[in-house]
Design a protein around this ligand. Structure first.
Ligand code: PLP
Length: 495
């Protein structure tokens, strides 16, 4: 199969799936996109009879053309195993008019585990296939969840090292503690004085610096990315939409082929783009409901056709969505522009120079199946309390952004199509915000005592990921300015 990936900014830059995974990012800031997306070749009822690994294989083999069946099974089986605290891997639960797809049963209790459990296997397999000699250096900017999920995935994986940058004052205390207590010998974690966009811009800058890359190559290193710009992140994320849908078919909620809506709390636009790619593979999705928090740059984009990052950056209770540059939107823009790299490049140039671009009316009209809205912090807290009061189910603030936006969508449209909500984090990761939402008069100052209280009221045992950091030692203490990132990476690599 001559299945290729191509850069969104240069139609002549192509790569096989394994090469695209190794590179992470194309030259000049471009992203790799598939030339075509093959249709699913199994029926929904066949897929409904498969477990998570079976569905993963059926979906991923279509997207990763140059991996052998054996290689792919090895990656899938190694990723989706006892690291997850349930055999279902992704339980689907009905509460408050929607089906919550719980994507947080992996090692670090956020949905990033769904892709980052498998990425190290895809990458090391790809390195072998391409006879790569250098050690892989993963550079990652995180708004909180990617960091720990990537650290957990790459921890002590031979042939790899990983450096993670997070905004020092922009993550939850539990997210920070998870990262700075990471024990892997090949890991490095630094807080930066700046926000997530600063961290992401710094990482992208190192990626697109040819002199730095040359210097690394000479020392036997090669950069790659574990951010959702890597197609090795996106492809595994397509799987759970197909899996979630086929569970609904199996339960008789929808007939095979009947559409559902998907609701996704969105930051970098990776998760919702994976749902869109899954629909191009034949998954019947009627509406893609894009939920934003107070940083509602995407809501404004879907309503006006103008993407404008020139605005205040707001720190919210859903920090993993505190983002003003949604990198993966570029992949959708490229498609809307008729897979035209030149048109896309012009828009992205405008974004980097003016912080803004506007799509044509024609492009905007092909966005008819996307719906954007947002929920502010007050609405998020109210949503957490409301769902809890109904039947004792507790959702995290990111999932609550999605649930609140879904309520707005239903009220506006009256659309009763069954909806799958991407439930992206365990409430234990954001214990303080969750407990304050449920009990606004809360005065407890100790986060771990709140963890125990959350367990008492929810009846859900404290996840291992939280237990293990209670008394863990802080091993990573670096805090740097945003223009010192290159220097601290070099120190880490001893070059
Ligand atoms: C990363 C993250 C998001 C946003 O996902 P994107 O793919 O960046 O849009 C939402 N919720 C949680 C909990 C996350 O960790």
């Amino acid at each position: 199969m001559s299945f290729l990936y191509r850069s969104t900014r240069d139609e002549n830059e192509t790569a096989t799936a394994s090469q695209a995974i190794l590179k992470g990012l194309a030259a000049n800031g471009g992203l790799f996109v598939p030339d075509e997306i093959p249709m699913l070749d199994k029926s929904f009822s066949e897929l409904g009879d498969m477990d998570y690994c079976g569905v993963a294989f059926s979906v991923m083999r279509l997207m990763l053309g140059d991996f052998t069946d054996e290689e792919l099974w090895h990656c899938i089986r190694s990723a989706y195993d006892e690291k997850f605290d349930t055999e279902k891997i992704v339980p689907v639960k009905y509460h408050h008019n929607a089906y919550f797809m719980e994507l947080f049963h992996g090692k670090t209790i956020a949905f990033k585990d769904m892709a980052l459990s498998i990425l190290p296997y895809l990458m090391t397999t790809a390195a072998k296939k391409n006879e790569m000699k250098e050690e892989i250096v993963i550079l990652t900017a995180t708004s909180g969840d990617t960091g720990k999920a990537a650290l957990a995935g790459f921890s002590d994986v031979p042939g790899t090292r990983i450096a993670v940058f997070y905004p020092k004052d922009g993550v939850s205390p539990i997210q920070e503690k998870q990262m700075v207590t990471e024990k892997g010998k090949n890991t490095f974690v630094a807080g930066i004085r700046g926000n997530f966009d600063d961290a992401q811009t710094g990482v992208k800058k190192m990626f697109s610096d040819p002199a730095l890359q040359q210097e690394l190559l000479e020392k036997g290193f090669r950069f790659s990315s574990a951010n959702s710009i890597n197609i090795g992140r996106l492809v595994p994320q397509m799987v759970y939409y197909v899996y979630g849908y086929t569970r609904l078919v199996k339960a008789g909620t929808v007939k095979a082929g009947e559409p559902v809506n998907v609701v996704v709390p969105t930051g970098n636009f990776g998760n919702i783009l994976a749902a869109y790619y899954a629909s191009l593979m034949g998954l019947p999705v009627a509406k893609f409901i894009c939920a934003s928090n107070d940083n509602k740059v995407l809501y404004d984009f879907f309503t006006t056709g103008a993407y404008d990052r020139n605005r205040e950056f707001i720190l919210t209770t859903s920090p993993s969505m505190d983002i003003l540059i949604s990198s993966n939107l570029e992949r959708l823009i490229y498609r809307l522009a008729g897979n035209d790299a030149e048109k896309n490049r012009e828009l992205m140039q405008s974004l980097s120079e003016k912080g803004r671009y506007e799509i044509t009316e024609e492009m905007k009209s092909s966005l008819y199946n996307f719906y954007g809205n947002f929920a502010d912090m007050h609405e998020v807290a109210e949503m957490i309390r409301k769902v809890y009061d109904e039947d004792g189910y507790i959702i995290d603030p990111h999932t609550a952004v999605a649930a609140a936006v879904y309520d707005k969508y239903r009220a506006e449209t009256g659309d009763e199509t069954p909806a799958l909500i991407a439930s992206t984090a365990s409430p234990y990761k954001f214990t303080r915000s969750v407990m304050e939402a449920i009990d606004p008069s809360l005065s407890e100052t100790d986060d771990f005592r709140l963890v125990d209280r959350l367990s008492a009221i929810s009846g859900v045992p404290v996840p291992g990921a939280v237990e293990e950091i209670r008394s863990a030692e802080v091993l990573h203490k670096t805090v740097c300015e945003k223009d010192e990132m290159e220097k601290v990476v070099k120190d880490f690599l001893n070059i």
